[in-house]
Design a protein around this ligand. Sequence first.
Ligand code: G3P
Length: 221
Amino acid sequence: MKFFIDTANVEEIKKAMEWGILDGVTTNPSLIAKEGVDHKTRVMEIVKVVGDLPVSAECVESDYEKLLAEAKDIASWAPNIYVKVPMTPTALEVVKELSPNGVNFNVTLVFSLPQALLAAKAGASFVSFFVGRIDDMGSGEAAQNIEDAVQMVETYEFPKDPEILVASIRGPLQVVESIRSGAHIATIPYKIMEQLFHHPLTDLGVKKFYDDYLKATGKTA
Ligand code: G3P
């Protein structure tokens, strides 16, 4: 499973790059707003850090002509930009229009299997299926949705061979469920990505091995 980081914070992205586990970056208008920076400026800073890894940058327009122009503009920023659009009929018209011309789309705010099918049929490269916002409502269907969506894209032919991207991740358990569901990608906030490295038994094991080494060699720490 590919690991994307879900942030517009450059320091967090640099850290994840240092860990050597990063496969891409997703941003959204809330994450950009949180950084208090201009959208294009920050996205270009991110591209500078991650090279040719996929970087998703989101549109905010909803009128067809304005969204078409915005998508073309964002797509022109760099070759590895994936234009993020919400799962709406108008946005899928834009995907249908531009995807055959080489624009890569990440269709976001997907919460149901029929929505995932529509996004894939329109020509999405990434289908961002939200789990946290579904689980937040107490419905335990998020993991099953991902499993069904992965099976769907692996069963049918679609214009852009779409990948299911698990988004809106709240904790390590949703990463586990994404792996078990065979998801292609998970986009993970920095704090949760950091948690994934740790297990108390690993820490105990490291200490025991070192203590045994010191004991065996008579060396001191
Ligand atoms: O970037 C899309 C998504 O991962 C954001 O999810 O629910 O944490 O705002 P959320």
